[in-house]
Design a protein around this ligand. Structure first.
Ligand code: OSB
Ligand code: MG
Length: 369
């Protein structure tokens, strides 16, 4: 395929309920979408997962837009690309900016799968006829509200509950949740809110049979996480710290984690996610698909990735209705009463992109040819 044009759009999409982590509260998403068209008129869609500020990572909506428009799109346009798996390498001169890169890269995979007439998950080499779903529940205004939210998701059938933690919203909260729900699969995500000197807190959390503790220490650390993992019995799961298959190999070799959260944007797209999954599988390290409050296009890409063999644990891939009044794809993503999603059978991402809806939400648009 020869990529002929890349259309960038920014859409604004209010969340049904605010989402709060240790680094802040989000009420409305500012999402960059890319529509990639090839010389034969086939198209593919990608969604940038960068947040509204440089808090989860150093990328955010405006850096992603500028990097895509000024540097990444020109590197891909007009090139003969035999495979979507070659697109990441075309963007190699740009360091970092993996979320921006993944926007174009994932769109090219959708395009390639559509051209081949196969669902993206099969094009990626996925094998799971169903994927397992968990939910990520943000910090709430009161513990009672958290308990109520957890009850709702457990009743809906989700297979695993993740709650966000931060200093002041940790030990007591988890103790309370465990008392209320003694048997659920439960985990905490700190989004880098702690220091290695907080080790005694994590030792105390060991009583609550948590499936894992996600990214307790610095966003760019694997060394202190290894020291922490040696001193606690709860498995450490890394999110922010793992930007590539190489990072994963190093973290595994150091003993920094026992589980890895994979996000397409954080690693730079489907090719790198597949490489990471392979490294993890070779080392018998389970992985699962993380979430970044994606709208439908990003969610569909997450579903496809989650069908790879190494994704043995429930991911943060949940129903569209938990986030949006109305999603940007048709049909919206739904989850069964057993907490599963069946990957679609139509070509590419397998969900129809709702263009009139996207048009109505668009606040800026630029086509690079
Ligand atoms: O750390 O996994 C995270 C959302 C935004 C930024 C970081 C994270 C998250 C989530 C939400 O946990 C997962 C989701 O429901 O999309
Ligand atoms: Mg996380």
């Amino acid at each position: 395929m020869i990529i002929k044009s890349i259309e960038l759009r920014e859409i604004r999409l209010p969340l049904v309920h605010f989402f709060e982590t240790s680094f802040g509260r989000t009420t409305e998403r500012r999402i960059v979408l890319a529509r990639v068209t090839d010389a034969d008129g086939a198209e593919g869609w990608g969604e940038c997962v960068a947040g509204e500020g440089p808090f989860y990572s150093d990328e955010w909506t405006d850096t992603a837009w500028a990097t895509l428009s000024e540097f990444l799109a020109p590197m891909v346009l007009g090139k003969e690309v035999a495979k979507a798996a070659h697109v990441f390498a075309l963007m190699r001169p740009v360091r970092g900016h993996r979320m921006a890169k993944a926007t174009i890269e994932t769109a090219c995979w959708d395009l390639e799968a559509k051209r081949a007439g196969v669902p993206l998950w099969k094009q990626l080499g996925g094998t799971r006829p169903q994927i397992a779903c968990g939910v990520s529940i943000g910090i709430q205004d009161t513990p009672e509200m958290l308990i109520e939210k957890i009850r709702k998701e457990v009743d809906a059938g989700y297979q695993r509950i993740k709650i966000k933690i931060k200093p002041g919203w940790d030990l007591e909260i988890i103790e309370r949740v465990r008392k209320e729900f003694p048997d659920i699969r439960l985990m905490g995500d700190a989004n880098s809110a702690y220091k290695l000197s907080d080790v005694s807190l994590f030792q105390q959390l060991g009583r609550f049979n948590l499936m894992m503790l996600e990214q307790p220490l610095s966003h760019d650390d694997i060394f202190d996480h290894a020291a922490l993992q040696r001193q606690i019995n709860t498995p450490v799961c890394l999110d922010e710290s793992i930007r590539s298959a190489e990072d994963a190999a190093h973290a595994i070799a150091l003993g920094s984690c026992q589980i890895i959260n994979v996000k397409l944007g954080r690693v730079g797209g489907h090719l790198e996610a597949k490489r990471l999954e392979q490294v993890a599988r070779d080392n018998e390290i389970p992985v699962w698909c993380g979430g970044m409050l994606e709208a439908g296009i990003g969610r569909a890409h997450n579903i496809a990735m989650s069908t790879l063999a190494g994704f043995t644990l429930p991911g943060d891939v949940s129903a569209s209705a938990r986030y949006w009044e109305e999603d940007i794809i048709d049909p919206p993503v739904t989850v069964s009463a057993r907490g599963t999603i069946t990957p679609p059978h139509s070509p590419g991402i397998g969900f129809a992109v709702n263009l009139p809806r996207i048009e109505a939400l668009t606040v800026r648009k630029e086509t690079i040819k």
